[in-house]
Design a protein around this ligand. Sequence first.
Ligand code: GLV
Ligand code: MN
Ligand code: MN
Length: 425
Amino acid sequence: MFDLAAGAQGVKVPIDQDRLWQRHAEMAAFGQIPGPRADRSGVNRPCFSADDIAARQLLITWARARGYSVHQDPIANLFIRRAGTTDGAPVATGSHMDTQPRGGRFDGIYGVLAGFEVLEALDDAGIATTHPLEVVAWTNEEGGRFAPGTMGSMVYAGAAKIEQFLDTTDIAGTRFADALAATLAATPAPVDRRFGDAFAGYIEAHIEQGPRLEHAGARIGVVTGIQGMAWFEVTIRGETAHAGTCPVGQRRDALRAAHAAISSLYQLTADPDDTLRFTIGRFVVDPGSPNTVPNLVRFSIDMRHPDPDTLARLADAIPSTIAGAVGPCTAEVRTTNRKAPMRFDPAVIDRVEAATKVLGLPYLVMPSGAGHDAGYVADLCPTGMVFIPCEAGVSHNEAEFARPEDLAAGAAVLASSLLGMAGTR
Ligand code: GLV
Ligand code: MN
Ligand code: MN
């Protein structure tokens, strides 16, 4: 038992480090993939896959064993509620359970399990809260299978309509709507939660996914906000031709055009300060035969920056940069997600910082480079985040690792901060 005093309210919450670690290990079995060492396996658990469904089912089993109620909304966001002494709006925490194709054991699931640990620790200590507490597992945060990410929180918060995503397909052609229906059918919890139902507050715990905390020797990141992002799907169309006979000068080679477009994009987004993040993470060539000139290339763009004007200027320049580079081919550029940089509620930031100080943990006040569900929940209620370090800042990688004592320390900060918002009588 790792007993950190959640001292902001003078209440001790017995965070159980071993239980929290064990729960991570149990969840990591769903979608386990080899990692760099035997004890460092990774996880591939795409949204609505059999492994994602199994993880949801296990979480529900744990919740029911504790007597918590479980609900879903129509996009399969999962809500686990520990009753309060009054019926007010819940104070919520959580994150996501889906992963990247070559993901780790902590990105996302930590926020869900840290929240669940807080509920269990409160039970163990016999502490009642005034507001109910909820742990939310948000649907499709990663966007690796169905783009864009953060669909669940986006729809819950009203930043998008579920109808926008129903016909989205994964790379195998499966519709989001069909995978969603199968998941809801396989998940033993009523679909009786409405989108947008109020929270009194929301705090999400997450691994940092970058190296700043480790470099600073800090145990906690008090998160001030999230940098902006712009996602695109680019389709370049040409014409198939025989690789041995068709003169190069006569071709409409979609891959050559994509190569030229990408070179221009790398020039457009070159940043001597290394603040801008620009990634092409998916690239598909059709028909994909060695001796046929490609007629179609489709690729993704993920671009991020903390300054709204810089992000808008570059995002606006992307379609014309591509169009100017594709020669005899055509290009279609579709925006799949756009989110301006955002700041969390100052009172929640202060609350997380105060809890961290009382616990005596070294910390940094810092923005998030990664996107999170909290970025959308912030449209609904006062919101903040707690980061913990991850080894060498590695994430979206099977080697991702966070120390058990840091998982517990983050859960203690979370417990203290949530208690402050939920009240203890
Ligand atoms: C979430 O994983 C993100 O892409 O920031
Ligand atoms: Mn995440
Ligand atoms: Mn992620």
